[in-house]
Ligand binder design. Structure first.
Ligand code: DGL
Length: 291
């Protein structure tokens, strides 16, 4: 078989030992800033845990890219996080969870979870009329991953997907409570209201930040499922089961939370500081293509 010099490595090489030290950080990654909504939940629900976050700000958005490309990017990020000796990895991006998790989880020997399965599980549990809406990027909706997971739990549930590609830029522009966002949300969500869903999955990491706008339009009878919250809960359960939960309180001054990006550190920092409780001192730029 011929190998080409520039061909990307297509698997993640196994390390000899599994780092099970409960004091080690959790690696969290996303295509950019959206995964910070997952970080926020991890900080709330398991406050002793150290976190190494990577946001692929140079190559965002993932939502319009192919499975091959998103999987290659995700493998590079997982390799980088392994160099930071993380004890577990959270793919805090619906698109990467949809496209890359299944392959990557076969290739590494530390726990790895995505945001899709936890969100799908809760939605399948809470629906009463059996009609669940999913809003997400084009790639996530196109992958049918939410429908597949929900049908593994309950075949009789109807899942209606709706891509909402304009929500991400609106959130990144800070238009969280703005008439423009209201108008676009109304256009996207009307068909889900007409179908009479009773549960709506916020299937993109940016969407919890416009939860109040979405909730206002959908009304009280629709339960909004935030996979970020469910993922942090599942992570806590997993770490507890594996005896890897950090029982020791770590001070903030000891690199407890570290942030890395592939570009635009200042912009990332400003956004992060607007949604996280703890001020981020700095975000470091790394060349992710080296991994
Ligand atoms: N973080 C991505 C997700 O949850 C949305 C942004 C993107 O398209 O990369 O799907």
């Amino acid at each position: 078989m011929a190998f080409f010099m520039n061909e990307p490595m297509n698997i993640i090489e196994q390390t000899d030992t599994i780092d099970v030290c409960s004091d080690a950080p959790i690696g969290v990654f996303d295509s950019g800033v959206g995964g910070l909504t997952v970080v926020r939940e991890i900080m709330r629900q398991i406050p002793n845990e150290k976190i190494i976050y990577f946001g692929d700000t140079a190559r965002v958005p993932y939502g319009s890219k192919s499975k091959e490309v998103v999987t290659r990017y995700s493998r590079q990020i997982v390799r980088f996080l392994r160099t930071q000796r993380v004890k577990a990895i959270v793919i805090a991006c619906n698109t990467a969870s949809a496209m890359a998790l299944e392959e990557i989880e076969k290739e590494i020997n530390i726990p790895i979870i995505g945001v899709v399965r936890p969100g799908a599980k809760v939605a399948a549990e809470v629906t009463v009329n059996g009609k669940i809406g999913v809003i997400a990027t084009d790639a996530t909706i196109g992958s049918n991953v939410y429908t597949d997971y929900i049908h593994q739990i309950n075949q009789n549930v109807q899942v209606i997907g709706k891509a909402c590609p304009l929500f991400c830029p609106l959130v990144e522009e800070g238009l969280l409570k703005d008439p423009v966002t209201d108008e676009i949300a109304m256009r996207y969500l009307t068909e889900l209201i007409d179908i009479d869903i009773d549960t709506l999955i916020l299937g993109c990491t940016h969407y919890p930040l416009i939860r109040s706008t979405i909730g206002k339009i959908m009304g009280d009878k629709v339960t909004l499922v935030n996979p970020a919250y469910e993922t942090a809960r599942e992570l806590k359960e997993l770490l507890t089961k594996e005896n890897m939960l950090n029982e020791v309180k770590t001070g903030l001054g000891t690199n407890k939370y570290q942030f890395f990006v592939s570009d635009g550190a200042q912009k990332f920092q400003t956004f992060a500081n607007s949604i996280l409780k703890y001020g981020i001192l700095s975000a470091k730029v790394i060349n992710i293509e080296e991994y």
